[in-house]
Design a protein around this ligand. Sequence first.
Ligand SMILES: Cc1ncc(COP(=O)(O)O)c(C=O)c1O
Length: 302
Amino acid sequence: MKQIRLKLPSPLQQLSLNSESIGAPIADNHFATQLLWCKRDDLIHPIISGNKWRKLAYTLTHYKGIQHIISYGGGYSNHLHALGYICYRENIKFTARIRGDYRERPTPMINDLKEWGGQIEYLNKQAFKHIRAQSQQSIQDGELVIPEGGFTQSGLEGVGVIIHELLAQQQAFTTEAVTIILPVATGTTLAGLVKQAPANWFIQGIAVLKGQQYLENNVHSLIGDSYTNWHINHEFHAGGYAKSHPELNEFLHQWDHTTCPIEPVYSGKAVWGLNNLVINQKINSKHIIYLHTGGLQGARKT
Ligand SMILES: Cc1ncc(COP(=O)(O)O)c(C=O)c1O
C-alpha cells in the first residue's frame, strides 16, 4: 500500500505482573516465575489497527489493483472501518453491507465510512445471515468480496507474521514456553497464530461472544483437527457480544488505560479473562503474551 504508513513490527511491551497492573494480588512466588508481555498490534495504525491489518494484509497484496471491494459486518465493525479507510486512501470503491438498519441513527463507524465515500447497504438479520453463509472470499465481475471480519485463509497468513515478529523481538521466546492470550470473535486470528506457533507455545482465546462450539468449528474449518496447542475459554463473554457485566465494568474502571488502553467489547473482556486466569494460576508457561488486537469502535461515543 502506497499511501498508508504502518508501525511494523508492532511494539512488544512488558507489563508488570502484580497487584497494580493486573488488578489483584497473586502469590509472590508464582508471579516471580512468570513474565507478562503485551504485543501492541493496536499501535500498528490509529484506524487499521490490530488484527484488522494482519487479516487484510495478504488479501490486499494478492489482489493489488482491484477496483471495488465489498464486505460485511455489524454497525460497530472494526473490520469494515479499517477496510473502508484503506479503500478511501487507496482510491478503491467500497461497499459495506451492514447487519441491521441504521438509517435513522448511524453509528460513528458508519458516519466515517460515508465520509470516506463508502457505499452503505443495510440488510435485515435474515438477509445478512443468508448472504454471510454464502460469502467466501471471491472475485465476482471484478469485485472482491471479503467475508465478515476477514474470516479467510489468506487472513491466516498475515496473522502468522505476528509469531515471527515475537521470535525476533525476544530471544527467550525461542526456547521458553509461551502462552498467547487474545480475544476471539470468529477465530481467524487464533487459527493463524496456532498454525505458526512453535511446539512449546500455547494459544488461549477468550470468547467475546456466546459461541461455544461455533467458534471451535470455525477454527477447525480453517486449520483442520490436527493442532492441539489451543483452547477457547467461554467464561468471560459477559452474556454475549458487546454485553457487559458489573465485574467487567469494575475491572475496566480499575485498569490503567495510560499504560495499555482497552475497551469493553474485545480487549477489555480478554484482559479481564487473562487477569482471572493468572490470579487463579491457570497459566503455567514462563511467558504470557497478551495480543492487543486493537479496535476501539466499541468504545466510541461520537
Ligand atoms: C478488535 C478486535 N479484536 C479481536 C477480534 C476477534 O478476532 P477474530 O474475529 O479473528 O476472532 C475482532 C474481530 O474481528 C476485533 O475487531
